[in-house]
Design a protein around this ligand. Structure first.
Ligand SMILES: Cc1cc2nc3c(=O)[nH]c(=O)nc-3n(C[C@H](O)[C@H](O)[C@H](O)COP(=O)(O)O)c2cc1C
Ligand code: SF4
Length: 314
């Protein structure tokens, strides 16, 4: 049975489960009244169509959380009877490009997080929809080797997979740890699979305590390629993070330019791969200023108009 095929047990109506179902139980936990398991065949099906707005919300949530996009909503109001699903919004005709940022340090005063925020602000200025998955706020388990396990006791695994699947492009920012990406970010990538990462355009940023090198960036590049993502050639490595943190460095303008090129390339490549109009506005210039005094590390309070140095002033 092709994966796009509805399983026969679905009741008639807008929502249905396809043969892509991997019997993960997520939908049945979210909407037990609407999804049931076929014990004989080992998959879910829609046993009751939602009637009230609250029920629709529940079924839509299950649709969003389904790790393989097996729950589909038929657009019965469309003259073509078109289908809409998680996957169709990923690559469909929507003009808005969505970029998801993921950080790789658990430190509250993380320099790589600040770098990520800066890059996200730039792509937002270029008209992208942006969201950051902040690993410091997420309760993620170690990858347990089960590639399809949705880990119901860790709902953020499903949320992570959904966010990545729905994004057109990603920005990954890691500290360099022992010549590679951090274990935290590698674990995030291990919790994902090719089906979530393939076709994503990915930009990589690293922050180092020592001299500039590309070790962590090469590490990231290799892993993303392995998962069939497209890493852009532009990348940012920020050396001597302690100097950057104190504002004691003289290459802010060069770094700012590099961030600008990085952001433009990411948005352009993402739009091209998504089949959208490739015109990209240049990022707004961010003027370097003297580093302000230490500000309490509250990333929610960091304004979008900040300069790079402010971004790093932690
Ligand atoms: C376990 C560990 C390993 C590290 N390995 C390296 C390294 O190989 N090269 C380097 O330049 N800095 C290394 N550093 C320094 C970090 O890259 C640097 O402190 C960075 O700013 C941390 O990022 P964050 O501020 O986002 O947490 C290491 C730090 C830690 C904790
Ligand atoms: S969430 Fe998706 S994969 Fe999991 S049981 Fe439901 S339909 Fe199947």
């Amino acid at each position: 049975m092709p994966s796009e095929t509805r399983v026969p047990e679905n009741v008639d109506g807008k929502y249905f489960v396809t043969a892509a179902c991997i019997d993960c139980d997520t939908c049945r936990c979210i909407g037990p009244a609407h999804f049931r398991r076929s014990a004989e065949r080992g998959y879910s099906y829609v046993c009751l169509q939602p009637a009230t707005p609250a029920e629709v919300e529940q079924v839509e949530e299950a649709m969003q959380c389904c790790p393989v996009g097996a729950i589909v909503a038929e657009d019965i109001d469309s003259p073509n009877g078109g289908l809409s699903s998680r996957l169709s919004t990923q690559t469909g005709g929507a003009e808005e490009v969505s970029i998801l940022g993921i950080n790789g340090s658990l430190r509250e005063r993380s320099c790589s997080f600040r770098a990520l925020e800066h890059a996200m602000n730039l792509v937002s200025d270029m008209g992208c929809k942006t969201e950051i998955f902040d690993v410091r706020r997420a309760h993620l388990p170690f990858c347990n080797g089960n590639r399809t396990d949705p880990r119901p006791e860790f709902p953020e695994v499903s949320a992570l997979r959904r966010l990545v699947s729905n994004a057109h492009g990603l920005i990954l920012a890691t500290p360099e740890y022992h010549g590679g990406m951090s274990g935290v970010l590698k674990n995030v990538l291990d919790l994902l699979d090719i089906e979530h990462l393939e076709g994503k355009v990915v930009g990589c940023i690293s922050v180092l305590g020592g001299q500039q090198n590309s070790n962590a960036l090469n590490d990231l590049r290799q892993v993303i390629r392995w998962c069939h993502g497209w890493v852009i050639p532009e990348q940012v490595a920020i050396p001597r993070s302690a100097d950057v943190l104190s504002g004691n460095c003289d290459w802010n303008a060069e770094l700012l330019e590099r961030f600008g090129e990085f952001a433009s390339s990411l948005v352009l490549a993402t739009r091209k791969l998504a089949g959208l109009h490739p015109v990209v506005a240049a990022p707004r210039p961010h003027t370097p200023v003297a580093a302000p005094a230490f500000q309490a590390a509250n990333h929610n309070g960091i304004g979008r108009q900040q300069t790079l140095v402010q971004v790093y002033a932690i």
